[in-house]
Write a protein that binds this ligand. Structure first.
Ligand code: F6P
Length: 320
């Protein structure tokens, strides 16, 4: 193999830069030229690319986001876009492609693989909704961001006997809200995977304050509703002063945690190794601490990663 490509696609997350660095350094160490595509599949379709060197990735690994930038590219969902992408890769003499992104990006990767160009995907999305990996890139950093914010919130909430409803991202997956609730000692995590009863929650909140508790935190995954809606419903039921915090895109940024930096380095190097040793149409994943490859077809067919039942029972044992 003489030339490979790399791109970041879909929602950005911390650790993408470190993963690109891993791909570039691993490629160059094997005398393989690495072409970086800017703005994900959009850049692949519109010839936004350049060779990446060790200088290109120098000073980047500690930065959040992705210096190659990212995009959600509608054309890649269409057969014409997919054919164009493959044609462009062939014209550039690219013999393998590393796609760093989430489920939408994996569909694009699968289409390219089906047209005969070897592809290895790296799971990257703060949602942790990608199956066949215990952790996706960016999840740990996002959780650290959330936890930092909620810890601050608790200081002010407890100074005013307030209830706060905190909305996390995660699309239709409750992982971020659930894990953050456990890690922050929140009272509740309202997530799409588990039905909740707001009347019971409100009764409990009232009891807490009657017992002298000076704050209550309710984590809400965006996939189940907005913090504002839940806060309004709580206020209507029990009249408590209820404030909200919508964490939004703040969760996706920031310097990657050590966990994400290490995972990114492992994923990046392993992706090149996989392409060089003939893997094709697969996604890297972390399983019980080890890197594994799974066919993209299987990953896509599996849909969303289910919530870990051990985490659910941990949360219940802890009292929410
Ligand atoms: O998939 C990652 C994610 O951050 C989701 O948690 C969120 O729902 C979505 O992307 C936001 O997308 P955008 O950045 O396009 O607003």
């Amino acid at each position: 193999m003489q030339r490979l490509g790399v791109l970041t696609s879909g929602g950005d997350c911390s650790g993408m830069n470190a993963a690109i660095r891993g791909v570039v350094r691993a490629g160059l160490s094997l005398d393989i030229e690495v072409i970086g595509f800017y703005k994900g599949y959009f850049g692949l379709l519109n010839s936004l690319h350049e060779p990446l060197t060790t200088r290109s990735v120098s000073g980047k690994l500690q930065l959040g986001g992705t210096f190659l930038q990212s995009a959600r590219c509608r054309e890649m969902y269409q057969p014409e876009g997919q054919l164009q992408a493959v044609e462009n890769l062939r014209r550039l003499g690219i013999e393998g492609l590393v796609v760093i992104g989430g489920d939408g990006s994996h569909r694009g990767a699968m289409a390219i693989h089906e047209q005969g160009i070897p592809v290895v995907a790296i799971p990257a999305s703060i949602d942790n909704d990608i199956p066949f990996t215990d952790m996706s890139l960016g999840v740990d950093t996002a959780l650290n961001n959330i936890i930092r914010a909620v810890d601050c919130l608790k200081d002010t909430a407890s100074s005013h006997d307030r209830t706060f409803v905190v909305e996390t991202m995660g699309r239709n997956c409750g992982y971020l809200a659930l894990v953050a609730a456990i890690a922050c000692g929140a009272e509740y995590a309202l997530i799409p995977e588990n039905p909740y009863n707001l009347d019971e929650i409100c009764t409990h909140l009232r009891t807490r304050f009657q017992e002298g508790r000076d704050n209550s935190i309710i984590m809400v995954a965006e996939g189940i509703g907005s913090a504002q809606e839940i806060a309004d419903q709580i206020k209507d039921r029990i009249g408590f002063e209820t404030r909200i915090m919508v964490l939004g895109h703040y969760q996706r940024g920031g310097s990657p945690s050590t966990f994400d930096r290490l995972l990114a380095a492992r994923f990046g190097v392993a992706a090149v190794d996989a392409l060089v040793t003939g893997s094709n149409g697969s996604m890297l994943g972390l399983s019980c601490g080890k890197l594994v490859l799974t066919d993209l077809e299987q990953v896509i067919a599996a849909g969303r990663r289910p919530i870990d039942q051990n985490l659910m029972s941990l949360a219940m044992t802890l009292g929410f």
